[in-house]
Design a binder for this molecule. Structure first.
Ligand SMILES: Nc1ncnc2c1ncn2[C@@H]1O[C@H](COP(=O)(O)OP(=O)(O)OP(=O)(O)O)[C@@H](O)[C@H]1O
Length: 311
């Protein structure tokens, strides 16, 4: 099933078009990254998905429900972590989760088990009975995720979840997000931190001025924007290697600098490249694969197209 589907979704604030004819489709079980410069419409899109702001036009479905007409059905199934989560500072982590559970109408002894499990899965068991005011920002974010998981959502939406976290805390938090995807949950994550998004998402969508400029996995985007998604660096001595390497299936372009070759390719063809060198009686000195990098895709895309407004 498609977890999120929008068609020609738009939101205007007076003359300003915050989201402009957005077509977005996120499959169930997918971890999807919404990327874009500040003000490109990510938060507005999320608010429309949650039924917290009404679209000006277009269609939106979340887990098959219309967030405008059926906000409660959406709310019950979707966990939302805003960029800053509000907790009762004087209450402990566990007490805050109990409060959420009561608000969600969760009752019975199984609630305590659920709370315990949510705390444990976020690495907060030891801190569970300390007041939240003593928590670091990273711990508060993890408590936020525990809070979201308590109601056992099918879809989790996170808006800039690593904002203000130090690199170590951000890394840990991203690992937790990935683990949600591995558990089969659908995750929508907004961010402008490309490396982080690349590490945990299955696909990304690049936003620009309220429109989805590019959508795909990082290798797909790299193929569209950079030409070759995979870059193989090879150093070898031998005759006529350049044309032999250029003839390998999947090779888009070969650049040569003396004994060094850069192969821009559609797949990881290190095996074939090594074999080619050896078959030609050459000597292989170095062979490395450079993984496609979202940062590079993003920069190339916003540089190539003269947008002027890219952050
Ligand atoms: N309530 C509002 N009233 C008027 N304009 C708004 C409102 N909310 C957002 N906007 C404008 O809509 C545009 C898109 O904003 P939005 O917050 O969705 O972008 P974003 O991609 O989430 O940016 P950021 O990364 O800064 O959060 C911006 O120009 C913003 O100023």
């Amino acid at each position: 099933m498609t977890a999120i589907e929008t068609q020609a979704l738009s939101k205007r604030y007076g003359d300003l078009v915050a989201v402009d004819g957005l077509d977005l489709s996120v499959e169930e079980g997918e971890v999807f990254g919404l990327l874009g410069p500040n003000g490109s419409g990510k938060t507005t899109t999320i608010l429309m998905l949650l039924g917290l702001t009404e679209p000006t036009s277009g269609r939106v479905r979340v887990l098959g429900y219309d967030p405008v007409r059926e906000p409660l059905s959406v709310k019950r199934r979707v966990g939302y972590l805003p960029d800053t989560v509000g907790f009762y500072d004087e209450l402990s982590g566990r007490e805050n989760l109990r409060y959420t559970a009561a608000l969600c109408g969760l009752r019975g002894r199984s609630v305590e088990t659920r709370i315990e499990e949510a705390l444990a899965s976020m690495g907060l068991t030891d801190a569970a009975d300390r007041p939240v005011r003593t928590y670091s920002r990273g711990m508060k974010q993890r408590l936020g995720l525990a809070d979201v998981l308590l109601k056992e959502p099918q879809l989790v939406i996170l808006d800039e979840p690593t904002l203000g976290l130090d690199p170590q805390a951000a890394h840990e938090f991203l690992g937790l997000i990935r683990s949600l995807g591995d558990r089969g949950l659908t995750v929508l994550l907004s961010s402008h931190l490309l490396h982080q998004v690349q590490a945990v998402t299955d696909r990304v969508g690049l936003f620009r001025k309220g429109r989805m400029a590019l959508v795909g996995s990082v290798p797909e985007l790299a193929r569209q924007v950079l030409g070759g998604a995979y870059r193989v660096h090879l150093e070898a001595e031998g005759e006529d290697l350049e044309s032999a390497l250029a003839g390998l299936p999947g090779v888009r372009r070969v650049r040569r600098d003396g004994a060094r070759y850069l192969l821009e390719a559609e797949r990881d063809l290190r095996d074939d490249a090594a074999r080619t060198v050896v078959q030609r009686g050459g000597r292989l000195l170095r062979l490395d694969l450079e993984e496609p990098d979202l940062d590079e895709v993003y920069r190339a895309y916003f540089e190539e197209v003269p947008h002027g407004d890219a952050a």
